[in-house]
Design a binder for this molecule. Structure first.
Ligand code: NI
Length: 135
């Protein structure tokens, strides 16, 4: 009876996509508006999916209150209203694309979840553009 529970969360953050080993022209061509030098914000919507067997004693896969607190403490407080490039250790040397942000969020949460639970992260950068990790 493997079942998934999903918690939605939200944070606002600024970023700039840039590859310092490229020319300004190539960065502009590849990253477009996300390369503008003075940063810009996104309203990130996060879906955290945890799957596993239903515990017969609790009737739950994972306590959603505990999961909500974990996401708040580990992700929202870390990234909300931050400039990802300048204000976070995680993206000081890692381009803060939606793909990389999703992988980082997965790595942070994975370290706090019991090993028998599967973890999947979906991150919306805009209502129409989102990424999933693992694929
Ligand atoms: Ni952007």
């Amino acid at each position: 009876m493997k079942t998934a529970v999903i918690r939605r969360a939200h944070f606002n953050a600024a970023h700039r996509l840039n590859n310092p080993s490229w020319t300004e022209e190539k960065n502009r061509a590849v990253f477009g508006l996300c390369n503008l030098p003075n940063y810009h914000g996104h309203n990130y919507e996060l879906e955290v999916r945890v799957a596993g067997e239903i515990d017969p004693e609790t009737g739950m896969v994972v306590d959603l209150g505990w999961l909500a607190d974990l996401i708040r403490d580990q992700i929202e407080i870390r990234f909300d209203h931050k400039n990802l490039n300048l204000d976070t250790e995680e993206f000081r040397n890692l381009n803060p694309t939606a793909e990389n942000i999703a992988v980082v969020i997965w790595q942070i949460l994975r370290a706090h979840l019991p090993a028998q639970l599967d973890l999947h992260v979906r991150l919306f950068e805009t209502p129409r553009n989102f990424v999933e990790y693992p694929a």
